[in-house]
Design a protein around this ligand. Structure first.
Ligand SMILES: [Zn+2]
Length: 411
């Protein structure tokens, strides 16, 4: 009897082939492509070298704002924030008139590829470093979904799995550590050995990338660790697809001082004290390593303000790369206009945006500031352990094409 063709599923207007062998999609948080290059050059990541030579290594663009939540959700839905709605870690809910975290699944406007594959009968497992992403990634998904941060609290009812620490054989990691990401990879290997999921999504944290530049001993050690676990997943027969949620850059001058443009202070001086509301969508509960400073902000202005005039004046401030109106930003970056302020502000590669000095605690920073959020952190790796077939030439690749590439194009 001839084998039936692999079934297909359609999610958010895109079509995916059901996997014939296990696929593991890895989102390496803050993985500027140069981290991988430098680790390979140093001889620290032999399996990553093998992936690039035997499989495929490409570059893609992430979503701007180049932050964690918008990009992880783009990757698992296959579409930009204009469709799925998650455009920051933090935003101003205009309906409720409050500034809130964007962790709640009620802000999600699209289904995930993971949930659709599970509904089609695939065994799906999701492991994320930080718990803030878990509810969004696992939204309406049958299967396993837990965070390394709260691995000790996982239950069959809530997470599809229990006794995670025993399975992984590691203690609960600190939320501010490279261990948090190592736990994700160790859990991935343990799950592949025990349950052999058809689809696995592993998402790490950028603790190391915020502190250490590409090629440093600490960064190379992180990629050496990752390379080892990926080699084990390969040996277990998985197709591996690696991308990043965003890149990472130093945000300092030559002396290592952070280059910060304080937007609330600027607006207070330009249009009057307290009249603008500045939202920094990088804000999340874990601020020690970046002090809520990133290269993207959105600002709400009072109705009587000439938005174009303000935008032109702000655009002339040194370190500012672009100031766009709501409509222009929504069109250029594929963002939901109802979740943006009147203007979107993007800073240059070496600069970040803050509100006012008293609202940024930099005392936890023990290394020169590295951060992300802007267009300067848009390039991310797309690396596969198998060659890609039937790729249309000239296609602009995005990190949220990774499921399409892994399921529809991997040899
Ligand atoms: Zn991130």
């Amino acid at each position: 009897m001839a084998e039936a063709p692999a079934p297909r599923i359609t999610v958010n207007g895109r079509s995916y082939r059901a996997p014939e062998r296990p696929i593991v999609v890895v989102c390496v948080d803050g993985c500027e492509p140069d981290y991988i290059t430098q680790a390979i050059e140093a001889g620290a990541a032999p399996y990553l070298r093998t992936m690039c030579s035997r499989g495929a290594s490409l570059l893609g663009d992430c979503v701007v704002p180049s932050f964690t939540n918008p990009n992880n959700l783009s990757i698992v839905t296959g579409v930009p924030p204009s469709v799925h709605g998650i455009c920051g870690n933090f935003f101003f809910d205009a309906e409720r008139q409050e500034e809130v975290m964007m962790n709640d699944a009620r802000y999600l406007r699209a289904g995930t590829i993971l949930a659709a594959l599970a509904d089609a009968g695939a065994k799906v497992a999701v492991v994320t470093a930080k718990d803030k992403l878990r509810a969004l990634l696992g939204h309406k998904m049958r299967g396993i979904c837990f965070s390394a941060e709260k691995a000790d609290a996982a239950t069959r009812d809530a997470n599809g799995i229990d006794n995670v620490l025993a399975l992984v054989g590691r203690p609960l990691p600190s939320v501010y550590s490279a261990d948090l990401s190592e736990f994700v990879f160790a859990a991935g290997v343990a799950l592949m050995e025990r349950d052999r999921p058809d689809v696995m999504y592993l998402s790490t944290t950028d603790y190391v990338q915020h502190k250490h530049a590409p090629g440093t001993p600490e960064a190379n050690a992180f990629y050496a660790m990752m390379s080892g676990y990926l080699a084990q997943l390969d040996a277990l027969g998985a197709t591996i697809a690696l991308t990043a949620d965003h890149g990472m850059n130093a945000k300092t001058d030559a002396a290592g001082r952070p280059q910060i443009i304080f937007l609330q202070d600027w607006f207070d001086g330009d249009i009057g004290a307290g009249r603008a509301r500045v939202i920094l969508p990088i804000t999340d509960p874990y601020v020690v390593h970046h002090g809520s400073l990133g290269s993207f902000a959105t600002c709400y202005l009072p109705a009587d303000v000439d938005v174009a005039g303000v935008a032109a004046r702000l655009a002339a401030v040194p370190g500012i790369e672009a100031v766009l109106t709501r409509a222009a930003a929504a069109a250029r970056f594929e963002l939901p206009p109802d979740r943006l302020g009147d203007v979107v502000v993007i800073s240059e590669r070496l600069a970040v945006l803050g509100t006012t000095p008293s609202r940024h605690d930099l005392s936890g920073l023990d290394a020169p500031l590295r951060s992300h959020g802007g267009v300067s952190e848009q390039k991310v790796p797309l690396v596969f352990n198998r060659p890609l077939l039937d790729m249309p030439s000239g296609r602009r690749l995005r990190n949220f094409d990774v499921f399409d590439l892994a399921l529809n194009h991997c040899a």
